[in-house]
Every structure is written in C-alpha cells, then in structure tokens.
Design a protein around this ligand. Structure first.
Ligand code: SF4
Length: 297
C-alpha cells in the first residue's frame, strides 16, 4: 500500500476506499510511521498543530441493563471490557486532576447505566462539587443515562456543565437497537435537561449512528424531534459493529450523505452539527460554543 499516495489523494479532496480503510486498520507495526506521516499531513492541513484535550472517565463500566444491541458495555456483551461499579468520589476527583495535569479543557464523566441511582447520583454530585472547588475552569460533561428533572437540577447545581444523551437511532429502529429504551422518553430527558439552563446556554447534545437501516426521512424526523426538545448540538457517525455478536451494519453511508444531512440539520436550526463516517459522540466537543443567538424557528 502506498500511504503517501493515499494521503495525497485525500488532500486533493478524494476519500479512501473501504479496502484502503481496512488496510490502514490491519497495517503491521513496521509501517506505522509511514501511516502516521500520511495521517499527519491530512491533519495538519485541516487542524494545524493545535489539539484540544478532553479527558473521559468511565465511572461505572460494563453490566449495563439497558442491553443495547450495538454496545460492548451491555450486560449480555461477551468481551474483555472491564466491569466495575460506580467509582468513589476520590477516584473521580483524581481523574479531574489528571485532566488538569494534561491541560484538558473538559472532563467527561460517563457511566454504563440505565439511570444513576440515588447513591450514584450523590457520588457524582459530590465529586463535581469538589472538582469545581479545586479546578473552577475545568468544564464537566456528563453522560449518565436517564435523568429526571430533579436529578438534572442536582447535577447542574453541583457544577456539571453539559448533559449528553444519545438517541442513537431513529424512532422505528429504537426497539431493535436499544430494546429497553424508549425514543420518546429519551427526547423527554433531553428536554428536561435543557430546562435546567434558564439563560438559554446550550447544555444538551445528542447523537445518532447511521448505517443501521434508517431511512432518510426518518433521520430528518430525528432532527425535528430534537429541535422540538431544544437540542441544538448534534453528532452523526457511522455505526461500526464491535463484534460479530452485535448488530450487523446495514449500510456504509457515503461521506457525501453525511454532508447532506449536516446541511439539512443546520438549515433546520441546529447550531452545531458534526457529521461524518468517523464522527463519534464527543467529536470536537470543544467547538460547541455557548448559544450566541436564537436558533431558526
Ligand atoms: S445505555 Fe449506554 S452503556 Fe448501556 S447498553 Fe446502551 S449504549 Fe451501552
């Protein structure tokens, strides 16, 4: 494989083929520097020499009863993913210190759970209070499953700056992809989380995966549903199958299609949309600036 040639093609505006993508993933260690060199040229063109660091901590891992069919953290997933209960306040605060030591802007606390129970919520709130006391400039993001209005308020009062809750897919496919979740309930969680920020600052974002068999009009319906619940930050990425036991990929969505969805979503009123095959839930989250004006109706 000629890595230099591939990077030049991409720099000229082309995309890599699925076979080339696979070859990158399977490239042996001996050619790692060549692959990195090609990747660096592309990165430099688009992002210069700057990086924005966010440190993500999984405060509770594995054994998730939501059992989503695409997820390695679900209770029925068979893999080597670490499984542990909610970490202590001390260790979550230590994680924040590690984020500050690495000059990260944000500390993202995620947990594999249907919803935080009272004791878990207390742990996260106490940790957030201590983190804000020690590091007032560090933003705290959270992705903790289902939140009631009261839970969201407690988290916000403790210092949590952002709530993430992914819809993951369109309404029709939700029973297949997230068998124990409810699409409308997730929307309601997002709406409640937004209500916690009376000054209109964006605090909620959501994300979906494409390639699970969704139809275009269903994706557009997701846009309308999210906007109706005041979500103005959206990520869309290609679903990739973690193991053969997980849901198969129905379609590898073309980059142009991701671009088209991005355009439609922005025209409808989303303030920030990250959309592309490699986009993941927290992709370039540092670019999500506080609301600067009213969104389109
Ligand atoms: S709720 Fe989240 S952690 Fe739990 S199975 Fe679904 S995607 Fe995985």
């Amino acid at each position: 494989m000629n890595w230099k040639l591939i990077s030049e093609r991409v720099l000229d505006g082309s995309t890599i083929t699925p076979a080339e993508a696979l070859a990158i993933l399977e490239s042996p260690d001996e050619v790692l520097l060549e692959v990195l060199q090609g990747a660096y040229r592309i990165r430099k063109k688009h992002f210069g020499n700057t990086v924005s660091l966010h440190l993500l901590r999984n405060v509770k891992s594995g054994k998730c009863p939501e059992d989503c069919a695409f997820c390695s953290q679900s209770t029925s997933a068979i893999n080597d993913v670490e499984r542990y209960d909610m970490q202590t306040v001390e260790s979550i605060v230590e994680g924040a210190q590690a984020a500050v030591d690495r000059q990260a802007k944000r500390y993202c606390v995620v947990s594999s759970t249907r919803a935080p129970n009272p004791s878990e919520l207390e742990t996260i709130c106490e940790a957030a209070i201590q983190i804000k006391q020690k590091h007032p400039g560090l933003e705290i993001c959270s992705s903790l499953g289902l939140l009631t209005e009261e839970k969201a308020r407690k988290l916000k009062e403790a210092g949590v700056n952002r709530f993430n809750h992914n819809l993951e897919t369109v309404e029709r496919l939700t029973p297949l992809v997230r068998s124990r979740a409810r699409y409308r309930r997730s929307l309601s969680v997002l709406g409640k989380a937004h209500a916690m920020v009376p000054d209109g600052r964006v605090s909620t974002k959501s994300g979906i995966m494409l390639g699970l068999g969704e139809r275009e009009e269903e994706v557009v319906q997701v846009f309308d549903d999210l906007l109706a619940h005041q979500v103005t930050v959206l990520t869309m990425g290609q679903y990739l199958r973690p193991t053969v036991k997980h849901l198969p990929v129905v379609e590898y969505v073309r980059p142009e299609k991701f671009e088209e969805f991005k355009r439609i979503a922005e025209e409808k009123g989303f303030r920030h949309v990250a959309s592309g095959p490699l986009v993941r839930s927290s992709y370039r989250a540092a670019d999500f600036k506080p609301e600067s004006g009213r969104r389109k109706a």
